[in-house]
Design a protein. Structure first.
Length: 276
C-alpha cells in the first residue's frame, strides 16, 4: 500500500496514471527547492508581522500628528504646504509649455458629469455674462450675440477629469486672453480671476497667468454645434492644463480679484491650483 495520502481532488481516479512531461518538470522543480526549517519560517513570519504592524502604527501616529496641526481653510497646514509646493511646481511648468492638440478626427464625446450650478433650465436669450472689476464694480454685461461676434477659434484637446478618465474634445469659442483684452486697462495688474455660475452654486478661482494661457478658452461650441445644457451652455471654460473641476460650466460671472478667489472644491480639501 502506498504511503501517499489519498487524494480528494477530481483526478483521484487517475493517481496511478503516468505523468506527462510538463507535470514531471513541475514536480522536479518543486522537489529541488530548498526546504525552510519550520523554526526559520516562524521567525521570518514573526519578523514580517512585526514590521508590518510597526508600519501601521507609525502611519497612524503620523496621521494623528497631521490632524493636530494648525489648519488653513480646514486643511492641516502641513498638507496645505504640500499643495502650495505642488502649485508652484505646476505653475512654473504650465506657463512654459503648450499641451498637445489633436486632429478633429480624434475627437470623442465627453461624458456628462457634475450638475452643480446647472441643474435648472436656462433661457440662453436672457443669459448675460457679468464682468466685474476687483472692487466689485460692474464692467460689462455681455449677451450671447456679443460673445459670438468676438474672434472665434477652435482647439482639440484632452479634457481630464479628476476622477481618472479623459476625453479628446473639440471645443470652439473665444480664447480667454482675447476676451481679457477688452478689460485689461480697467482692471490693471490683478493676480486672480474668479468665475461662478449664475446661481452662485459653483465657483472656481484661477491665477491670472493660468487663465491667460493661450489654451484657456471661453467655449461656445462643442465641435460645430452649440453647447448643450449638460455641458455648460451657453458658455463654459476649457483648458488642457487643469482638471475639469476648474472648467466651470454655464459661466454667469467673471470677477477680477486682488485676493485668491474662493473655489468650490478647494473648500472641500482639493488642490486649489489643480494643474496638469
Amino acid at each position: 500500500m502506498s504511503d501517499r495520502p489519498p487524494s480528494d481532488g477530481p483526478d483521484a481516479e487517475d493517481a496511478g496514471a503516468p505523468e506527462d512531461e510538463r507535470t514531471r518538470q513541475l514536480r522536479e522543480q518543486v522537489e529541488s527547492r530548498p526546504t525552510i526549517p519550520m523554526t526559520e519560517y516562524r521567525r521570518k513570519s514573526r519578523r514580517s508581522f512585526l514590521t508590518a504592524a510597526a508600519g501601521v502604527v507609525g502611519a497612524g501616529l503620523f496621521w494623528r500628528w497631521v490632524q493636530n496641526q494648525p489648519t488653513d481653510d480646514g486643511i492641516p497646514q502641513v498638507l496645505r504646504n504640500t499643495l502650495e509646493a505642488n502649485e508652484g511646481l505646476w505653475r512654473n511648468l504650465s506657463q512654459s509649455r503648450t499641451a498637445p492638440e489633436y486632429p478633429v478626427s480624434k475627437a470623442t464625446p465627453i461624458p456628462v458629469t457634475g450638475r452643480i450650478g446647472i441643474r435648472d433650465e436656462i433661457d440662453v436669450d436672457e443669459w448675460r455674462l457679468r464682468v466685474e472689476g476687483p472692487d466689485g464694480d460692474l464692467l460689462d454685461e455681455v449677451d450671447l450675440a456679443t460673445m459670438q461676434s468676438l474672434p472665434q477659434d477652435d482647439m482639440v484637446i484632452e479634457h481630464k477629469c479628476i476622477e481618472g478618465w479623459s476625453s479628446i474634445v473639440h471645443w470652439g469659442g473665444v480664447r480667454f486672453r482675447e476676451f481679457h483684452e477688452r478689460y485689461a486697462g480697467a482692471v490693471g495688474d490683478v493676480p486672480y480671476v474668479g468665475l461662478e455660475t449664475p446661481d452662485g452654486e459653483y465657483y472656481v478661482g484661477w491665477d491670472i497667468d493660468a487663465i491667460l494661457h493661450p489654451q484657456t478658452m471661453l467655449v461656445l461650441r462643442q465641435g460645430t454645434e452649440p453647447l448643450t445644457e449638460v455641458h455648460g451652455a451657453p458658455l463654459r471654460l476649457a483648458t488642457p492644463n487643469k482638471y475639469g473641476i476648474k472648467c466651470l460650466k454655464r459661466i454667469g460671472v467673471i470677477r477680477y480679484a486682488r485676493e485668491r478667489p474662493p473655489d468650490y472644491w478647494a473648500e472641500r480639501s482639493y488642490d486649489w491650483y489643480a494643474g496638469l
